[in-house]
Ligand binder design. Structure first.
Ligand SMILES: [Zn+2]
Length: 90
């Protein structure tokens, strides 16, 4: 029996992908948004491909605002983009 692979939907391209291939975006209990490459940070999570194009789509569609029911402070997307470039090796 093959193991069931947990799938999550990327907020950018809306494709279902294995959870471990996606980056978790987490909103901490304090309301801070950051990327969670290890999937261990506390808080509410959303998923995104490790692809700046998906980040752009999310930015445009405001999918993160909807996922977290919160305003994204100025600069959050730039910070996420920077984190994505730095931490992109998985
Ligand atoms: Zn995507």
């Amino acid at each position: 029996m093959p193991k069931k692979i947990p799938l999550r939907q990327c907020l950018g391209c809306r494709e279902m992908k294995p959870k471990k291939e996606l980056i978790r975006v987490v909103r901490s209990p304090e309301g801070e948004i950051s990327l969670d490459f290890k999937g261990k940070k506390p808080g509410r999570g959303a998923y995104l491909c490790p692809d700046p194009e998906c980040l752009k789509r999310v930015r445009k569609s405001r999918a993160l605002e909807r996922a977290f029911s919160a305003q994204m402070p100025d600069g959050v997307y730039d910070a996420l983009e920077a984190q994505m470039k730095e931490g992109g090796d998985g």
